[in-house]
Write a protein that binds this ligand. Structure first.
Ligand code: DQA
Length: 145
């Protein structure tokens, strides 16, 4: 059986729907998960969808993905601006494709969000498009296989 795509979500993304809806919208993470499963089915993919508030757990999951996944969609939340550990984990599982996703346009927000520590290690990045960014990332992964 083909390996799943890991869709990994970082800190505070469990609060989507309630959290700053003016920035992140009203879609919950459960709704994003349902949409990912739907889209994946249409693309002939399966998804393993997870969320953690803990940086080390995300590192563990990226390492696991190196063995068990065909690709990763990663919304690192705020760790995307600070984490060298996530950068290193992505490099460590290379050439596994990893697509970084942010719901909001990080470049149009506070200066501390303009930099991504993981972007140089990722295959590509989608930001500012809201929940459809996850679906586009799945499509990009499907096109690579
Ligand atoms: C985010 C953007 C980050 O700056 C922020 O810390 C998040 C969410 C996004 O999806 O837009 O938690 O990754």
């Amino acid at each position: 059986m083909a390996k799943p795509v890991y869709v990994l979500n970082g800190p505070n993304l469990n609060m989507l729907g309630k959290r700053e809806p003016g920035i992140y919208g009203s879609t919950s993470l459960a709704e994003i998960e349902a949409d990912c499963r739907n889209r994946a089915e249409g693309l002939g993919l399966t998804v393993e969808f997870r969320q953690s508030n803990h940086e080390g757990v995300l590192v563990d999951w990226i390492q696991e993905a190196g063995e068990s996944a065909s690709g990763v969609v990663l919304n690192p939340g705020a760790y995307g601006h600070t984490s060298i550990a996530l950068h290193d984990a992505i490099r460590a599982v290379g050439p596994l494709p990893v697509i970084e996703v942010h719901l909001s346009n990080i470049h149009a927000r506070e200066p501390f969000r303009h930099r991504s520590t993981i972007a140089p290690a990722a295959t590509g990045m989608i930001c500012g498009l809201g929940p459809i960014g996850y679906a586009l990332a799945l499509e990009a992964l499907a096109a690579r296989t």
